[in-house]
Design a protein around this ligand. Sequence first.
Ligand code: UDP
Length: 386
Amino acid sequence: MSGNEKIMIVGAGLSGAVIGRELALAGHQVEIIDAREHIAGNCHTERDADTGVMVHVYGPHIFHTDDAEVWNYVNDFQTFMPYKNRVKTTSNDAVYSLPVNLHTINQFFGKTFRPAEARAFIEEYAADKSIVDPQTFEEQAMRFVGKDLYEAFFKGYTEKQWGCSPTELPASILKRLPVRFNYDDNYFFHQYQGMPQNGYTDMIGRILDHSNITVKLRTRFERADDADIGHVFYSGQLDGYFDYEAGRLGYRTLDFERFSYDGDYQGCAVMNYGDASVPFTRITEHKHFSPWEEHAGSVCYREFSRACGPDDIPYYPIRMVEEKEQLAQYVARAEEETDVTFVGRLGTYRYLDMDVTIREALDTARLYLAKKADGAAMPAFLHRPV
Ligand code: UDP
C-alpha cells in the first residue's frame, strides 16, 4: 500500500482514540469500531441522572503519570482538576490510611514513632529478614512489612482480588504499592495527578473529534474485512481475535453493586476492606472523585472480584504460569498476521495504567508512520507481551 491508506481501529478506548487521532492528523482515513454502545472503553464516565454525580461506570480511574508529554497530551483535550488519591482501608474493625505510611504503622502498633524509629521497628522487629530474594506476593509482603501488617491489609484483600493465595502471585503485584516512613498518604508517587473535569468519556470524545475519523458503535469486528483497509490496530482481546483457539486467557472480572445514598456515605472516594470475611474488596463513592463539585446525593459501588467468564467484561489479566504459556501461543499466531498490530490492555494482555496506555499508543502511531515512510512492515506488537 502507498499513500494515505484507510486504517481500521478496533476499540474506541484510550488506545484506539489516541492512535486514531495521530494517524488522522497525518492524513489517514480512520474508521474506529466498538462493540459497545459508548466510546471510552472501561474509562467510560457518565453522570447519574438522579444525583448528577459523575460515575466511573467500570470502576475508578485516577490519572497519574511522570510522563510530561502524556500529561500535556491529556491536558490538550480536557481541563484536569487537582485530585490526590487518598485511600483508606477497614481491617478488623478499625480504619487505617493506605499506602502503609507512618500514620498506619503508629496506629496499627499503638506507637508514636518518628520516621527513623518506624523504619528501624519494621526492619528489626516486623519484617521477615530470612527472606532474601522475595519471589511471591506473600514473600514480598513478609519481607517488607512483616506478618501483622500483611495479614491485616494485604492477605485477605489479595485473596479476594485475585481468587488465589498470595503465595501463587508474583511479587511484582505488591511492588505497585509503596511503604512510607512519613505521613505522605498520596497513593501514587507520580509528579502529575488529576481528574478530567468533564469525565473521561468527554476527553476521549474530543480526542476522536477529527474530520478524518469515523466511529461506529455497536459494531463487531470481522476478520475477513474490506480489502481496502491498509492496516488494523486491534485493541480487543488478543485471544478473541483468534476465536479463542488456544483457550481463553484468564482475566478477573468485577461486579459492582451500585447504591445511592442521601449525603456523604463514607467521607472518602475509596475504602478498601482488608478482611477476608467481607466479600467485597472496596467501596468507591464517586462524588469524591470530583471534589470540586457539590452534590447532595451520592452514588457508591461495592466492588466484587471473580473469575471472568465468556460473557463477562475482562478487567485484570492474570498472567500466571498457565496464562503465560497460552499467551506465547497467541503471540506467535499474532506475529504470523500481516497488517495487524495488537495494542492496549486487552490486545497485549497486560495490566496497563492509563498513562502507559497513552504513551504506547503515541509510540505505536509514530512507529507506523515511520515504517510507512520507509516502506517497511509494521510489527504485531510494539512491546512483545511475553
Ligand atoms: N492490595 C492489597 N490491599 C489493598 C490494596 C491493594 O492487598 O488494600 C494489593 C492487591 O493484591 C492489589 C495490589 O495490591 O491487586 C495492587 O494494588 P492497586 O491499588 O495498585 O490495585 P488496582 O487499583 O490496580 O486494583
